[in-house]
Write a protein of this length. Structure first.
Length: 65
């Protein structure tokens, strides 16, 4: 679990930590603004996989999502 030091109302906070070969993403969502945060997470994972595949096609780096 990660912590954030932001104050005040926010509809979406994305906090990420990259360490060695691991990326941890923590989302804080206002469900009044984003009614389906699980769909947002699924879309984020899909986007990261698309980015990973594009990087692998260019031979930039071997990584796992």
């Amino acid at each position: 679990m990660t912590a954030s030091a932001m104050f005040g109302p926010h509809a979406l906070i994305i906090h990420y930590v990259s360490y060695v070969d691991k990326l941890i993403i923590n989302l804080a969502v206002d469900t009044a603004v984003i009614p389906d945060p699980h769909l947002l997470c699924d879309d984020l994972v899909e986007s990261l996989n698309i980015i990973k595949l594009a990087a692998l096609e260019k031979g930039l780096h071997k990584m796992e999502v």
